[in-house]
Write a protein that binds this ligand. Structure first.
Ligand SMILES: Nc1ncnc2c1ncn2[C@@H]1O[C@H](COP(=O)(O)OP(=O)(O)O)[C@@H](O)[C@H]1O
Ligand SMILES: NC(=O)OP(=O)(O)O
Length: 318
């Protein structure tokens, strides 16, 4: 029987639930919960490639580096290096929890975490217009003070508070694609495309070079799903379903959407908040337009039910 391959993209915000749960221990416990749902998928016959967000974590790593530079004159780490660090810390937590859960259920499967670079266009207009929220949430006055004192660009994020934003160019090419493909073919549970990938460009000599940005992890994982022709793109986030007219009196939670409906709702601009749900819908649209069969958006605890059609929002070509 041919293997069914799912790319599962886990939200950075679903690993840090709120301000009271930002410690390494809290993130580890959230990764442990998510690992159980991923192993359920493996038990149900899926080959799973796990991608993850890094928005909150990469923002904290950057802030620590800035503080260390200011307070004790430690050399500042650049944002691409912060992204690489976030892949290491989140990948480690996911890998170890997956290994422990697989062992508990006596499933013999290896887990590997690929430190992955994603090529972006050095002339991407996103470099001139920061849109990607990173780090924690702030009140409006604190955010505006940070903007004034530290030169941050800040925006209000989907009704949840204010956040710092950085450049987020589109992912064009996955540097380690063939290595990831080999791991999937060997049946290894592969963790990759963390935070959309470490952002890099090719210089005039064709050499790779890191750039200051954070790629959208849903766009990065959609690219991987297209490249490996995955059977499913599953976006795991903090909500069970996608709503239209989100946050209004007309809010309606959707069980299903066709590709045409998803495109029409996205074009209307009012249904999916930019920087949160809108990129997830766009990532699903690109996957389906490239020949993907199904994309699913739900929260970690409902993954099993969503795969049986009992929860989540399923997006299909027709
Ligand atoms: N139309 C919508 N339907 C459901 N949730 C939405 C919608 N628009 C915005 N959201 C918000 O988007 C959030 C998911 O985005 P985000 O937290 O950025 O994701 P991630 O899990 O990748 O970190 C949801 O938890 C919800 O608060
Ligand atoms: N890189 C990224 O998109 O992270 P989040 O999903 O945490 O925002």
């Amino acid at each position: 029987m041919a293997k069914k391959v799912a790319v599962v993209a886990i939200g950075g915000n679903s690993l840090i639930k709120d301000k009271a749960h930002q410690s390494c221990e809290d993130q580890y416990l959230a990764a442990k919960e998510t690992a159980k749902h991923i192993v359920d998928m493996i038990e149900a016959g899926w080959e799973v490639v796990v991608g993850h967000g890094n928005g909150p974590q990469v923002g904290f790593i950057l802030q620590k580096a800035e503080l260390a530079e200011k307070e004790v004159n430690l050399a500042m780490a650049s944002l691409d290096v912060c992204g690489a660090q976030s892949q290491g810390q989140i990948g480690y937590m996911l890998a170890q929890n997956l290994q422990n859960e697989l062992k508990r259920r006596k499933i013999e499967k290896s887990v590997a975490c690929v430190l992955e670079q994603t090529i972006v266009d050095k002339d991407d207009p996103a470099f001139k217009k920061p849109t990607k929220p990173i780090g924690g949430f702030m009140g409006e006055s604190e955010a505006k003070a940070k903007a004034e004192a530290e030169g941050w660009t800040v925006v209000e994020d989907a009704g949840r508070g204010w956040r710092r934003v950085v450049a987020s160019p589109l992912p064009k090419e996955i540097v380690e694609l063939e290595a990831i493909r080999s791991l999937i073919e060997a049946g290894v549970v592969t963790i990759s495309i963390g935070g959309g990938g470490i952002p890099v460009i090719r210089d005039d000599n064709g050499d790779l070079e890191g750039v200051a940005a954070v790629i959208d992890k849903d766009f990065g994982n959609s690219l991987l799903a297209r490249e490996i022709k995955a059977d499913l793109l599953l976006i795991s986030t903090a909500v069970e379903k996608v709503a239209i007219n989100y946050g209004t009196a007309e809010e309606k939670w959707l069980d299903r959407m066709t590709l045409a409906e998803a495109k029409a709702y996205l074009a209307e601009g009012k249904h999916f908040k930019s920087g949160s749900m809108a990129p997830k819908i766009q990532a699903c649209i690109w996957f389906l337009e490239a020949g993907g069969k199904q994309a699913l958006i739900t929260n970690p605890e409902n993954i099993g039910r969503a795969l049986k059609g009992e929860s989540g929002t399923l997006i299909t070509c027709n």
